[in-house]
Design a protein around this ligand. Structure first.
Ligand code: PLP
Length: 385
């Protein structure tokens, strides 16, 4: 049976061949730790780790490679920021399109006296920057906004929000899980305090690698929740303050870093705009093909302007889990159904608690994939009648 992968918002697949080869090279030919060995092979691993920090700096227009911290994914990065920075009585502003990677740590911090405001987005998931400004209180210390929705692909106007943060002298952080590797993100231009990212989606790396780019003064005001061996200052019993060691206790995910290194080099080679244009083309085709199918509803923005190629649909006569099951069983089409770890977003779109079927396209999807999916949807709706 034909197989079509349409779950790139969960993780991109396939990865570029270079990424696999880089992992294989590390595992079979290099394999050494960093900052723990006094031999050349360990130094050569360290050079690749440092080069990856530099690649991330160049990619996101950030200046300080030593303030690039590696984590296991953006969930860990967001937890470091939310739990390490916020204190009793601090106020945070988020949108109603946030992922649980933001919402759950915030609820947990609210038990420690942190307050947060969820600014409602409209029924297409769009946030009005003015509403963000209105929500600012004298205790607001952080504005954290999902750049692109993992449920329906809606993009937020992060530049306008960055200007508000600058005007009010409030830290600005974006959740880049669905935008890094697809849209240009300029750390300096957006005046970010931190940029958490995940390596296995648009950045085309393997699972289990992510990180944060941290502005110097913001990094100083975060307490790490993980402490331990860093391979540096080993004579000290307390956690070093120097970056990135402050946040990088324990052996790094070195295969992950090698894979991410190759993923970013691949994006550089192909060009971010080429990736964007291809995904945009696929999204436009999908919209044209499905908007006129009776019996299914598209949630979110109905044109490509203001969105990416992540689509949520529901069927008039089929539950979303059942529809995703049929798509896989009868057509070999891989999607994700349900709430997508974003109950807030589904409440905003009016699709809670039933959820939706999500189709998310990536650089390796083709026009034929979209035609095949569109035909399958037509077929399914016909069979429901
Ligand atoms: C918007 C958003 N934030 C955070 C995450 C969490 O990503 P990870 O599982 O890589 O930590 C995801 C994952 O789908 C996401 O889409």
């Amino acid at each position: 049976m034909t197989k079509v992968y349409a779950d790139n918002a969960a993780t991109t697949y396939p990865k570029p061949e270079e990424v696999g080869l880089s992992l294989l090279n590390y595992i079979t030919k290099i394999g050494t730790n960093v900052s723990r060995g006094t031999y050349e092979q360990s130094y050569s691993t360290a050079r690749v780790v440092f080069e990856t920090r530099e690649l991330l700096c160049e990619f996101f227009n950030f200046r300080e490679p030593l303030n690039v911290v590696f984590t296991s994914n953006i969930t860990e990065s967001l937890n470091i920021i939310i739990k390490g920075f916020l204190q009793n009585r601090d106020h945070v502003i988020v949108s109603s399109m946030e992922h649980n990677a933001v919402v759950r740590p915030l609820h947990s911090m609210s038990k420690l006296g942190v307050n947060f405001t969820i600014v409602p987005c409209d029924e297409e998931g769009k946030l009005a920057p003015k509403a963000v400004e209105k929500a600012i209180t004298k205790n607001t210390r952080l504005i954290l906004i999902n750049h692109v929705s993992n449920v329906c692909g809606t993009k937020q106007d992060i530049f306008e929000i960055s200007k508000i943060c600058k005007r009010h002298n409030i830290h600005f952080v974006i959740d880049s899980a669905q935008s890094a590797g697809l849209l240009p993100i300029d750390f300096q231009f957006l005046n970010l305090s931190a940029l958490p990212f995940t390596g296995h989606k648009g950045l085309m790396g393997p699972q289990g690698i992510g990180g944060i780019l941290l502005n110097e003064s913001f990094a100083k005001s975060i307490k790490p929740f993980k402490e331990g061996g860093t391979g540096s200052f080993s004579e000290q019993e307390i956690q070093p303050e120097i970056m990135p060691d402050k946040f990088e206790s324990g052996t790094l995910n070195l295969p992950g870093i090698f894979g991410l290194n190759a993923g970013i080099k691949y994006i550089k080679k192909v060009g971010l705009s080429t990736i964007y244009e291809h995904e945009h083309f696929l999204g436009k085709l999908f919209l044209n093909n499905i908007l006129n199918i009776g019996g299914i509803q598209l949630h979110g923005i109905k044109e490509m302007e203001g969105r990416t190629s992540v689509f949520s649909i529901s069927f008039d006569k089929l539950d979303s889990a059942e529809a995703a099951f049929i798509l896989d069983r009868d057509y070999g089409i891989m999607t994700r159904s349900g709430i997508h770890c974003s109950p807030l977003a589904h409440k905003t779109l009016g699709t809670f608690p039933q959820g939706t079927v999500r189709f998310s396209f990536g650089y390796f999807n083709t026009k034929e994939d979209i035609d095949y999916i569109s035909k399958a949807l037509h077929d399914m709706v016909k069979n429901q009648k």
